[in-house]
Design a protein. Structure first.
Lengths: 120, 683
C-alpha cells in the first residue's frame, strides 16, 4: 500500500474532526501514477468525515502525482507553495482545499528543494 | 499615481504597472518597475518608439488608478518642441494589461512611420528585485507567432507566460513588434495592445482564468470603483484639503483591493505599492480597524481569509503555530519554491490578538453576530495562541524570537526592521523580546474576546477566565514595563526582563488598548506631545535624544500616519481630545503636501524648521494603512463610537477645520450622520 493510501485509510477511521465543525463539502483526490488513477473522496458534513473510493463529482478536485501524494502523506509538502508551483492542481472550491490541507501532517525542517527538473 | 520618484503607477489590487512618466518601462533589475501580478514581473521592458525615437510625455492623466493616459511626442524633452507627430497612450490594468496607442500626423506632409514596441519579460520574483538577484534557476523561452509574441519562463512544473498582441497587423520578432504606419496630413492611426498574463499549470489550465471571469469586461472596474465611492459616507467640510485627502484615501483603498483566489471574488486590502502588494496580517487588520466607519465591507473577507490560513501545525520555517494568524502571503517563484517562507509566513506576534480585536470592533459596528459565530473557533484559537505559544519565557507576556534563522524576521512587531528595538543608549536587546504595544493588544484581545464569549458565544465561564487573565496582565504589565522615574512605558522587555528604556511612539498604542491606568495617562500624553516625540506633524516613531534617533530612520524617527491614527484614537479614549485633534490636524495637513495621499512614512524633522513634511526616500505609496489613517483620524475628530444600537457622536475639531460632517455612516443603526462644528470659544 502506498503512503498516500495508508494516510487515507487512517483518516477513514478518524470519523470526526472538531476543526471542521462548520465545514460542509466534498474533496476528491485524483492521484495519478502513469496511466493508473487512484481516487479518494472526503465528504465533510459539520465535522463528520467520511472517506470513500467514490469517483463521483465533488466540490473540490485535487490532482496530484502518486509520488507527490506520498510526500503529502509524509508531511513534506507546503500546500500553498505546491499549488503556486503547479505540483498540486485544484479545481473547484480552493478555500475548501486549503482547509482540508490541515488534515495532512507537516514535518518541520529546512526548506525543500524542488529543482530536480529545473530548466526543462 | 506618482510616488516612486519619476514613475507612474497603474493599479488594480495586486496587479500593477509602474513605468516612467512617458509610459515606458526600461531595463532596471533592482527597481520595481514593469508589469506585475501576484509578485511576479511579467513585463520588464515595454518601450514605444517612433522612427527609433523614444516618447516624451507632455502630460499624464492618472485621475483613475486603473487607467492612465499619456500624451506624448517623439524625441527627448527640449525647451521647445515642434511636433508634427504626437501620440496618446491609454493604459488600463485589470486582470491583464491593455494599452491603446493612437498616433497623429498634424504636419503638412505624408508620413511613413516605424512604430516599434520593445518587449521583454524577465519573470523576476519581487524578492529578486528587492535583493537585486539576477540569475534565475529556470529557463526563459520565446515564441514568435504571426499574430502574437509569447514570452515564457519554466522551472519544473512552474510556468508563467505573457502573450503580447495587437489589434492591427504587426511584424513580431523576439524583441517586440513593429508597425509600418502611413499617415496623410491630419490622419490618425490606432492600435490596441494587449499583454495577457498566464500562470500555467502543467495541464495547461491558467490559474488566473478565475480572476478574468470575475471581470467579464473592461467596464466592470470603473463601475465597481464608482459603487465603492458611492457606498462610502459623504464628507462635507469647508476644508478643500480635507476633502481631497478623504477622496484620495477612499480611491486608494479601492485601488489596493485584491481578490485572492480562495475567496471567490471578495476583496481584501493589499498592504502597499510597490513592495507590499499582497496580504499582510497586521496591515490588513489595522486597515480594517481604521476603516470600519467608512468601508466596512473590507472586514469580513479579511477576517475570513486570515481565518482560513490560520496556523494549524508547528513549522519552524514558516514560524507557524496552531492558532497563529499569518504575517505575509506571497504567490511568486520564491514562495512557490520555498526559498522565501511566505506560503504563508507567520512571523508576527500582533496579528493574532488584532484578529480578535477586529472581530469584536466589527461586531460593535455591524451587529453581525453571524460572522462572530462563524469565526468562533478561529478567534478562540488565536486567544489560545497568546498564552500557549507566544509566552516564550513563562512570564505572562507575548514574546518573539525567530525560529527561521535564515529568512525569518528579527523583529516580529510592527516595527519590523532589524534595529527598531533598542535601548536609549543604542544597545540592541537580546532575544526573546516582548514589545510593549503587543502586550496592550493581547490585553485588549482578552477583554474583547470576553465580550464576544458572553454576548455571542454563550460561554460566560470563558468570558470570566479571559477577564481575569486580562486583569492579571494589566497588573503585571504596569509593574514590569512602567519606568517610574521617566514617566513612560519601556519600549520592550529584554530577554531577562530588563526594561528597554527608550522613548517611542509605541506607548501611544497602549492608550488605544486601554492598558494604561487613568492616573498614569497624563504623563504618557505629556511625552507623546512633548518636543522629543511630537514633530508638529505627528508623533515620531522614536524620540529625539535616543542614540539611534534619525529623522529619516525607517522605524527610528520618521512619522507614520497609521501609527499616529491609533495614537489619536487612544488619546480620545482617555479624554485627551485636544491632543488627538492636534495629531489629526498635523497628519491631515501633511497629506496635502503629498497630493492628498499619505505615504507610508515621512521624515521626523521638526515642522517649525522645515515648514513642509520631508519625503521618506523609499516610502510605499499608496499604502493601505496610511489611506486608512485618514478615516481613523476623521473618526477621532468626530468622536464617533458605536454604543449599543446607536452611533454616539462627541466631536472635538482642531482649529484648522471649522466644520466636518460625515453623512450616511453605515452600521447596526442603518445610516447615521455625524456633525462637528468649531465652537466659537475654541477659536
Amino acid at each position: 500500500m502506498s503512503e498516500a493510501s495508508a494516510f487515507f485509510e487512517r483518516l477513514s477511521v478518524a470519523g470526526r474532526d472538531p476543526r471542521f465543525s462548520k465545514v460542509c463539502g466534498s474533496v476528491r483526490f485524483d492521484i495519478r501514477d502513469g496511466g493508473h488513477l487512484e481516487q479518494w473522496r472526503l465528504d465533510i458534513d459539520h465535522g463528520e468525515l467520511r472517506v470513500t473510493r467514490n469517483g463521483g463529482p465533488a466540490t473540490t478536485v485535487v490532482n496530484v502525482s502518486a509520488q507527490f501524494a506520498d510526500a503529502m502523506a509524509r508531511g513534506e509538502v507546503n500546500g500553498l507553495a505546491a499549488i503556486a508551483r503547479g505540483e498540486i492542481m485544484v479545481d473547484g472550491d480552493l478555500a475548501l482545499a486549503l482547509r482540508i490541507g490541515r488534515l495532512f501532517p507537516r514535518t518541520s525542517g529546512p526548506p525543500q528543494r524542488h529543482d530536480s527538473d529545473a530548466g526543462t | 499615481m506618482r510616488d516612486i520618484a519619476g514613475t507612474v503607477a497603474c493599479i488594480d489590487g495586486n496587479t500593477f504597472m509602474v513605468s516612467d512618466a512617458s509610459g515606458d518601462v526600461g531595463s532596471s533589475s533592482g527597481t520595481p518597475v514593469g508589469l506585475f501580478a501576484a509578485d511576479t514581473r511579467f513585463l520588464s521592458r515595454w518601450r514605444l518608439t517612433v522612427d527609433g525615437e523614444c516618447m516624451t510625455a507632455l502630460s499624464v492623466d492618472d485621475s483613475e488608478y486603473f487607467e492612465i493616459t499619456f500624451f506624448a511626442v517623439p524625441g527627448e524633452a527640449v525647451d521647445y518642441v515642434e511636433a508634427d507627430v504626437s501620440a496618446i497612450r491609454r493604459r488600463r490594468i485589470g486582470p491583464d494589461l491593455t494599452e491603446s496607442v493612437t498616433i497623429f500626423n498634424y504636419g503638412e506632409r505624408d508620413m511613413t512611420l516605424n512604430v516599434r514596441l520593445e518587449v521583454e519579460a524577465d519573470f523576476a520574483d519581487i524578492f529578486e528585485i528587492k535583493f537585486d538577484v539576477g540569475d534565475k534557476v529556470g529557463a526563459h523561452y520565446t515564441r514568435v507567432g504571426p499574430n502574437e509574441l509569447r514570452l515564457g519562463y519554466r522551472r519544473g512544473t512552474y510556468r508563467r507566460e505573457v502573450v503580447v498582441s495587437a489589434s492591427e497587423p504587426a511584424e513580431y520578432d523576439p524583441g517586440g513588434l513593429r508597425f509600418a504606419v502611413r499617415l496623410r496630413p491630419g490622419q490618425q492611426w490606432s492600435t490596441r495592445l494587449q499583454a495577457v498574463m498566464l500562470a500555467l499549470r502543467p495541464d495547461g489550465v491558467d490559474l488566473r482564468a478565475a480572476l478574468r471571469a470575475q471581470r467579464p469586461n473592461d467596464s466592470t472596474l470603473p463601475t465597481s470603483m464608482r459603487d465603492w465611492v458611492a457606498a462610502a459616507p459623504t464628507l462635507d467640510t469647508e476644508s478643500v484639503g480635507l476633502q481631497q485627502v478623504y477622496h484620495r484615501s477612499l480611491v486608494d483603498l479601492a485601488a489596493l483591493r485584491f481578490a485572492p483566489l480562495s475567496l471567490g471574488g471578495e476583496s481584501v486590502p493589499a498592504a502597499g505599492l510597490p513592495w507590499f502588494m499582497t496580504l499582510f496580517g497586521r496591515d490588513s487588520l489595522l486597515t480594517c480597524l481604521q476603516t470600519l466607519p467608512v468601508t466596512p465591507s473590507l472586514t469580513p473577507p479579511t477576517l475570513r481569509i486570515l481565518a482560513s490560513l490560520q496556523g494549524a501545525r508547528t513549522d519552524d520555517v514558516l514560524e507557524e503555530d496552531p492558532g497563529r494568524i499569518l504575517h505575509e502571503l506571497r504567490y511568486g517563484e520564491s514562495a512557490a519554491f520555498e526559498e522565501q517562507p511566505h506560503s504563508p509566513y507567520y512571523g508576527t506576534v500582533d496579528a493574532s490578538p488584532l484578529f480578535v480585536v477586529l472581530l469584536d470592533e466589527y461586531e460593535r459596528w455591524s451587529g453581525d453576530t453571524a460572522l462572530v459565530l462563524e469565526l468562533e473557533q478561529e478567534a478562540r484559537a488565536a486567544l489560545t495562541w497568546i498564552d500557549r505559544y507566544a509566552d516564550l519565557t513563562d512570564t505572562g507576556y507575548v514574546w518573539y524570537r525567530r525560529r527561521n534563522r535564515v529568512t525569518g524576521l528579527d523583529n516580529q512587531c510592527w516595527k519590523d526592521s532589524w534595529d527598531s528595538i533598542s535601548y536609549a543608549d543604542g544597545r540592541l536587546p537580546g532575544f526573546p523580546r516582548a514589545t510593549c504595544e503587543t502586550q496592550g493588544y493581547a490585553y485588549d484581545a482578552k477583554i474583547r474576546g470576553a465580550r464576544l464569549a458572553r454576548t455571542v458565544w454563550g460561554d460566560p465561564a470563558y468570558a470570566e477566565r479571559l477577564e481575569s487573565e486580562a486583569a492579571a496582565l494589566y497588573d503585571r504589565f504596569n509593574r514590569d514595563f512602567w519606568l517610574a522615574d521617566r514617566g513612560f512605558y519601556a519600549l520592550a522587555l529584554d530577554h531577562d526582563g530588563t526594561p528597554v528604556d527608550s522613548l517611542s511612539s509605541n506607548i501611544g498604542h497602549l492608550l488605544w488598548s486601554g492598558i494604561v491606568p487613568p492616573e498614569r495617562a497624563p504623563r504618557v500624553v505629556e511625552h507623546l506631545m512633548g518636543p522629543a516625540l511630537f514633530s508638529g506633524w505627528g508623533v515620531r516613531t522614536f524620540a529625539e535624544g535616543q542614540r539611534r534617533y534619525n529623522p529619516l530612520g525607517y522605524h527610528n524617527g520618521t512619522v507614520w500616519p497609521f501609527d499616529n491614527s491609533f495614537i489619536a484614537w487612544g488619546l480620545r479614549r482617555y479624554g485627551f481630545a485636544n491632543e488627538a485633534a492636534r495629531i489629526a490636524e498635523g497628519i491631515l495637513s501633511a497629506a496635502t503636501y503629498f497630493e492628498g495621499r499619505l505615504p507610508e512614512a515621512f521624515g521626523g524633522f521638526d515642522r517649525d524648521t522645515t515648514k513642509f513634511p520631508i519625503r521618506y526616500p523609499t516610502a510605499g505609496s499608496p499604502q493601505a494603512w496610511s489611506s486608512g489613517a485618514t478615516m481613523l483620524l476623521i473618526r477621532t475628530m468626530l468622536g464617533i463610537n458605536p454604543h449599543e444600537d446607536h452611533l454616539a457622536v462627541d466631536p472635538a475639531l482642531p482649529t484648522a477645520f471649522g466644520r466636518i460632517a460625515l453623512l450616511d455612516i453605515p452600521g447596526r443603526w442603518g445610516k447615521r450622520d455625524a456633525f462637528a462644528r468649531q465652537r466659537p470659544d475654541q477659536r
